[in-house]
Design a protein around this ligand. Structure first.
Ligand code: AMP
Ligand code: MG
Length: 351
């Protein structure tokens, strides 16, 4: 299959630009499109064959459910039942935006979309291309991140093309995404609302609406612990990983830099291709190594925006061993460290 990449001019967005993509979705085909978080691989959420196509294109395990994207809050009533008042409060505050809710699903949502779960994940994206595509197609769009399963999520159309060329008919190219990390997932089906995946919307922000919300234990674990089972099935899998072996060093920043320098130097001396994942503040402190800054420590949203792209760059340079700094876990830092830790397979060295 030939994959067409269609540029969309966000400044002068017009529905005609999305007519073909909308038609593909109505025909049960797949279209990759930008959202404010990462690029999504979309298909008709109520068509089990479209969902199966998504799993096949990504090579995604079929028990890992998809997020259903909607363009107006009222669509919640079509997809979910027993909707608690908290859901409407969250929607009012954070939609459209990078927040996904887990609710009890209605029968209309096929098992193929929810990985057989009795619940459904729903989000209203704020990206104008995504919103217009949902409206124009007239379907709810099931969309996981548009990467091959296990790889870092795509933050531009080139990343999608790298992973899915030949496997999907169309990629809408809306440039680089602003946030760069997947949505915050909040589960509202239990007694206590739980964050199953941290994202750009922080738990502090959620608590302004839902004072009792907690992290699911699987989110904050720092070690590989098989006894803690992730409730968002996707968080169970090795994910976001570069091809090289990534190790994260945690501790006082100066000590981290010294240790990364020493470890990387030693590996390079053995003849391996080595790279360092650093920050704007530290990148010039390393000597004789291949170094990439992922962003500014004082502005952790810049780290979020460039993390996945940097991990992909390490793959392109053929890095066999990657040594990374850790980042403060406040605000969006919680999501940054969650992705980094998973990318490292929890290989973390405390100094
Ligand atoms: P992705 O779109 O690739 O970020 O993947 C969607 C994420 O949402 C995965 O981590 C899924 O496990 C999670 N998810 C989707 N539906 C549900 C659900 N019904 N219950 C719990 N987690 C879900
Ligand atoms: Mg994903």
């Amino acid at each position: 299959m030939e994959t067409r990449v269609i540029p969309v001019d966000r400044e002068h967005l017009h529905r005609d630009m999305l007519a073909e993509a909308a038609q593909l979705l109505r025909d049960g085909e797949l279209v990759a499109f930008p959202t404010e978080t990462v690029y999504g691989l979309g298909g008709d959420a109520l068509d089990p064959d479209a969902s199966r196509r998504i799993y096949a294109a990504k090579g995604r395990p079929s028990d890992n459910p998809l997020i259903v994207h909607i363009a107006d809050t009222g669509a919640l009533r079509v997809l979910a039942e027993e909707i608690p008042p908290e859901a409407w409060e969250l929607a009012e505050r954070f939609w459209p935006g990078p927040m996904t809710m887990i609710l009890r699903k209605k029968a209309i949502v096929p098992d193929a979309t929810t990985g057989g779960l009795p619940t459904v994940a729903v989000r209203m994206p704020s990206d104008p291309v995504a919103a217009m595509l949902i409206r124009e197609s007239g379907v709810f769009i099931a969309a996981p991140s548009a990467n091959a399963s296990g790889r870092p999520s795509p933050t531009c159309a080139e990343h999608v093309y790298e992973d899915l060329n030949g496997r999907i008919p169309m990629i809408l190219d809306g440039g680089s995404v602003p946030i760069g990390l997947e949505s915050t997932i909040v589960d509202l089906t239990g007694e206590i609302p739980m964050v199953l995946r941290p994202g750009f919307i922080t738990i502090e922000q959620l608590r302004e609406v839902l004072p009792t919300v907690e992290y699911d234990p699987a989110v904050i674990k720092k070690v590989k612990d098989e006894t803690i089972v992730a409730k968002a099935p996707g968080m169970r899998y090795r994910h976001y990983a570069p091809k090289g072996e990534l190790t994260i060093f945690e501790g006082d920043l100066a000590a981290v830099v010294a240790r990364v320098q020493a470890e990387a130097e030693a590996k390079a001396a053995e003849g391996y291709r080595v790279a360092v994942l650093a920050s704007d503040e530290t990148k010039d402190l390393y000597r004789g190594l291949t170094v990439r800054s992922v962003g500014d420590r004082e502005e952790e949203s810049t780290v979020a925006a460039h993390l996945f792209e940097t991990l992909r760059e390490f793959d392109r340079m053929g890095a066999e061993y990657i040594y990374g700094e850790c980042f403060p876990e406040e605000g969006v830092g919680q999501a940054v460290m969650n992705r980094l830790m998973k990318a490292a397979g929890y290989r973390i060295v405390k100094i």
